[in-house]
Ligand binder design. Structure first.
Ligand SMILES: [Zn+2]
Length: 285
């Protein structure tokens, strides 16, 4: 069996998409996700009996570049009363799981994944802080100020959406320049990395995942550059807010909470977010 380079590339893209790792053009973005995807693709190619008329691409098992940085993860909502613009809870899943519970669960998984991924890369050191580790609420500016105090490179606020019980989609929000964002371009790059990675992870388990994209939102106190400390000092925190999915939609509730793969899906989403953050730290090192 003989195949042209174009066929091989098509095959690669189809395979990467199936694996949930496909991001744009195969020659384009190259980070932790892409590297891992290429390794899988290379292994897959080796398992086929294809004559590709030349050298077979082989992924290096080599050591990834060391990566370091400070990351603050903000589990949205918490507690029982509204504080500083932060409501204790917004969305509730179809089966009754509260958004505030899901944000904390995912934040802890992202923290664990960041530590696990960076510990596998010699010389790396990623510090991860959560704005809350229990069922308590913090004001929006207090959440952002945790990032300022820790001198964070990256700040990610985790939320889940709710609407009419049938809408689907994953989106990532950033603050607009008009609302005082002094580093919108950097925030957008972080947001796009996380958005693509999250979406790919969800797609691995659910073909009905929907890309609502990166949105430039005008009213997000938790992303205030004044509170994040970005209007003073040299090093700026790159920040975005993720809305993972609409949890009041039964199919999403099953995917993330009640279905047989819920634990695996949540870990996959957490790993995707962690890998995107690591890519962002590398790109800005
Ligand atoms: Zn929320």
């Amino acid at each position: 069996m003989s195949a042209s380079t174009k066929d091989i590339k098509k095959l690669a893209q189809a395979f990467l998409r199936d694996q949930g790792y496909y991001r744009g053009d195969i020659d384009g973005m190259w980070g932790t996700l892409s590297n891992r995807a290429f390794k899988r693709y290379s292994d897959y190619l080796s398992s086929l009996d294809l004559d590709i008329g030349g050298e077979r691409p082989v992924a290096e098992d080599g050591v990834a570049d060391a990566v370091s940085g400070i990351v603050v993860i903000d589990p949205g909502h918490g507690g029982n009363r509204k504080i500083g613009g932060s409501s204790p809870n917004n969305a509730t899943s179809a089966s009754g799981v509260l958004e505030k519970t899901m944000t904390l669960d995912l934040a802890k998984r992202v923290q664990k994944q960041l530590k696990a991924l960076s510990s596998g890369i010699p010389g790396s050191g990623i510090k991860v802080h959560l704005t809350r580790s229990g069922d308590t609420n913090l004001g929006l500016s207090d959440r952002a100020q945790v990032a300022a105090k820790k001198d964070a490179d990256v700040f990610v606020s985790i939320h889940f959406n709710g609407f009419n019980g049938s809408v689907r989609g994953t989106e990532t929000l950033i603050l607009s320049t008009e609302k005082g964002n002094v580093n919108e371009r950097e925030d957008r790059e972080l947001a796009q990395r996380i958005q693509s990675a999250m979406l790919a992870a969800i797609r691995r388990f659910d073909a009905n995942a929907r890309d609502r994209g990166v949105k430039n939102n005008r009213r997000l106190g938790v992303l205030s550059d004044i509170s994040l400390g970005n209007t003073r000092g040299e090093s700026k925190t790159r920040a975005c807010l993720i809305e993972v999915e609409f949890i009041d939609t039964p199919a999403v509730d099953e995917l993330l909470n009640t279905g047989p793969n819920a634990n695996e899906v949540r870990n996959a989403v957490a790993e995707a977010i962690a890998e995107a953050i690591i890519d962002d730290l590398r790109a800005n090192a």
